[in-house]
Design a protein around this ligand. Structure first.
Ligand code: ADP
Ligand code: MG
Length: 255
C-alpha cells in the first residue's frame, strides 16, 4: 500500500538533506550571523563539532515576537513570496536551516535584540517548538548552540562520528573561504577536544581588505606569493585581428 509518511518523520528525514554535514551546519549559522549584520563572530567547537557547534555574533538579535517563528520550517524574515527573490541580498532566504538543525540536534538560542532590555535563552525541541524560555543578561546579538549534530538520525550520526576528522577538514576549508570574503567582520574559531586546551582554528581581525584577510587565513608568507591582477587594453594588432575599435574599448571590465 502507498501511504503518506507521518509528518514528523518527513521533517526529520528531509532535514538531513538541508544540513548534510558539519560544514553545512557551520555555514548556515555563519551566514545567519552575517545576514544579521554582525561585525564579530565567534565559533566554538567541542570535539571538532561532534559534541558542540556554537556560533555567537554581535548582530541585530531576534525580537521577542519572532521567537516562535525562528525555528519553524519555511519561516524567514528575508522574503515573503517568489518575486522577493530578485531583491535578495542575504545568504539565506528559505527559512530551513534552524528548523532542520532542531530536527537533527539539541538547539539552544540565546539572543538579545537591540530594542530588548534583557536577553533570552530559548531551548527548542526537535519540532522547533520552544520548551524553555529564560531571561538572561546578554549584549546585543545572538548565540546559536547545536549539541550532538545528527543524533536523531542514528546511521548518519555513526557515520558522522566515524568521519569526524574528514568532516572537520572540509568544514575548515569552507570557513577559510568565508573568512576571506567577509570584509570588516572579525571571525574567530576555536576547537576543544575533551577537557583539553582550546586551540585556535582560524582568526581574522575584521579588516576591510581582502588581502589582509588572506594573510590572516593563510599567513603573511603566502601573501607574498600573490600576484596583483592588472588589466591591460588589447594591443593594436589584437584589435585589428578582432575588428575592435580601440577608442571604445570598455574599461576595467574584469575585477
Ligand atoms: P533563513 O536564513 O533562510 O531566513 P534560517 O532558518 O537560517 O532561515 O533562520 C530563520 C530566521 O531566524 C532568519 O530569517 C532570521 O530572521 C533569524 N535568525 C537566524 N539566525 C539569526 C542570527 N544569528 N541573528 C539574528 N537573527 C537570526
Ligand atoms: Mg539562514
Amino acid at each position: 500500500a502507498i501511504r503518506p509518511i507521518e509528518r514528523g518523520s518527513v521533517h526529520r528525514i528531509c532535514s538531513g538533506q538541508v544540513v548534510l554535514n558539519l560544514g553545512s551546519a557551520v555555514k548556515e549559522l555563519l551566514e545567519n550571523s552575517l545576514d544579521a549584520g554582525a561585525t564579530s563572530i565567534e565559533i566554538k567547537l567541542k570535539d571538532h563539532g561532534a559534541e558542540l557547534i556554537e556560533v555567537s555574533d554581535n548582530g541585530g538579535g531576534v525580537e521577542e515576537e519572532n521567537f516562535e517563528g525562528l525555528t519553524l520550517k519555511h519561516h524567514t524574515s528575508k522574503i515573503q513570496d517568489f518575486s522577493d527573490l530578485i531583491h535578495v541580498e542575504t545568504f539565506g532566504f528559505r527559512g530551513e536551516a534552524l528548523s532542520s538543525l532542531c530536527a537533527l540536534s539539541d538547539v539552544t538560542i540565546f539572543t538579545c535584540h537591540k530594542s530588548a532590555k534583557v536577553g533570552t535563552r530559548l531551548v527548542f525541541d526537535h519540532n522547533g517548538k520552544i520548551t524553555q524560555k529564560t531571561p538572561l543578561p546578554r549584549q546585543q546579538g545572538t548565540t546559536v548552540s547545536i549539541q550532538q549534530l545528527f543524533y536523531t538520525l542514528p546511521v548518519r550520526h555513526k557515520e558522522f562520528q566515524r568521519n569526524i576528522k574528514k568532516e572537520y577538514a572540509k568544514m575548515v576549508q569552507l570557513l577559510q573561504a568565508y573568512c576571506i570574503v567577509s570584509k570588516g567582520v572579525r571571525i574567530n574559531c576555536t576547537n576543544q577536544v575533551g577537557q583539553g586546551k582550546k586551540t585556535c582554528v582560524i582568526s581574522t581581525s575584521g579588516s576591510p581588505s581582502l588581502k589582509e584577510n588572506i594573510g590572516a587565513v593563510f599567513g603573511q608568507k603566502q601573501l607574498q606569493s600573490l600576484i596583483p591582477f592588472v588589466q591591460l587594453p588589447p594591443s593594436e594588432a589584437v584589435c585589428e585581428e578582432y575588428g575592435l575599435n580601440p577608442a571604445n574599448m570598455p574599461q576595467n571590465l574584469y575585477r
